[in-house]
Design a protein around this ligand. Sequence first.
Ligand SMILES: *Cc1c(COP(=O)(O)O)cnc(C)c1O
Length: 455
Amino acid sequence: MINTKEIQAIDSAHYMHPFTDHKSLSDKGSRIITKADGIYIWDSTGEKILDAMSGLWCVNVGYGRKELVDAAAKQMLELPYYNSFFQTTNVPAVKLAEKIIKLAGDDYSHVFFSSSGSESNDTNVRMVRHYWATLGQPERTVIISRNNAYHGSTLVGSSLGGMGGMHAQGGMISGIEHIEQPYHYGMAPNQDRDAFGIEAAGWLEKKILEVGADKVAAFIGEPVQGAGGVIIPPKTYWPEIQRICDKYGILLICDEVICGFGRLGKWFGSQLLGCKPDLMTFAKGVTSGYIPLGGVVVGKRVAKVLIEQGGEFNHGYTYSGHPTACAVALANIEIMEREGLVDKVLNETGPYLAQKYAELAKHPLVGGAETLGLVAGFVLMKDKSNHVHFDEEVGVGMICRGHCFANGLIMRAVGDRMIIAPPLVITKVQIDEMVALIQKCLDATLADLKKQGIM
Ligand SMILES: *Cc1c(COP(=O)(O)O)cnc(C)c1O
């Protein structure tokens, strides 16, 4: 048995956590997660928790999959590590690159590997700038991104991202511009959704003209913004973004770190949302989070130039094409294919979740409930019929998250938005269980707000 108090004390003394206010954490003590199986995790007090966030959007095939462990063990005994620098390669990296290209489709030819989403977006920035320099247009350096985007936490990742709190600590790299996000419910709920999608995409064209088309290298966006609060764009948005990128010859990068590997019911989110990015960032779901791996799927347009004219690309990571990580990814994709998980999200569990969220939308606190595949979100509203939000000081998202914590449910709060992204193996019965828990936590939140005199 784990001594919770003792581990918490050591945790507080020595372990600096990511994205954490340590002063407030040490008063409470961390929750210690000790084991997991399927869609559930357990903490050190023995409490069972439904993990509706798949860890951090990554445990697509669920916890406790022995096949992934076996794939890692087998590879580690044979060749645990070797690099791909200096004209060497390894079999799992080669096979995984081939597999990912098959899943991505005919427009893609190569894969560059890293160990995370952040690193992969660093690779993207270097790759697109190198691409334009190779074509004799070195002044094309600007990358346009969006407010409230999340592209990782390295300096390049946070610069590409649109989170003010991250920019404020450590600054930004130069040459990154931001446009507003396509958040229909939050920005223009009374406007026609599809018309708003066209208008929001038009902000890209405005920015391109402001910066100068001959200075813009690429546009980057998540098909569905994840960490920004599951912002599902109108269906008109991505085709219009594609049209604008094509018009000015600008490269399109889709950050598929969350949407890739089945989350939206296709292998890549862009395949569902109607665009053909030149580069796709992946990480998280590629190994279901069992071992770190990320990378960039490179389209033929970029690959051809880099390979035929680019010379040596002075970029790479010690762990690029890590054989053990690649072996786990291959086993993970094999499970997804064998169990038909991507089609199941598209045709069965995704539509079922949408139906359940339509019921949840009747709750007095719930505004703008939306789902796509197995991501979903809504915003907690004070008076939704008049579109009145809670005051920021109320911290209603944190209140709701507290009730989730107390009721055995991991649901994430982003401001006043409550979001989920459950493992792709979740069954309809488990979706019922999850939505019943959400309902219970919403009722508890409502009672709490009434008791405090906020509602
Ligand atoms: C998580 C995430 C990243 C960063 O990935 P890390 O592996 O944490 O570096 C980048 N982009 C998106 C869309 C993400 O969700």
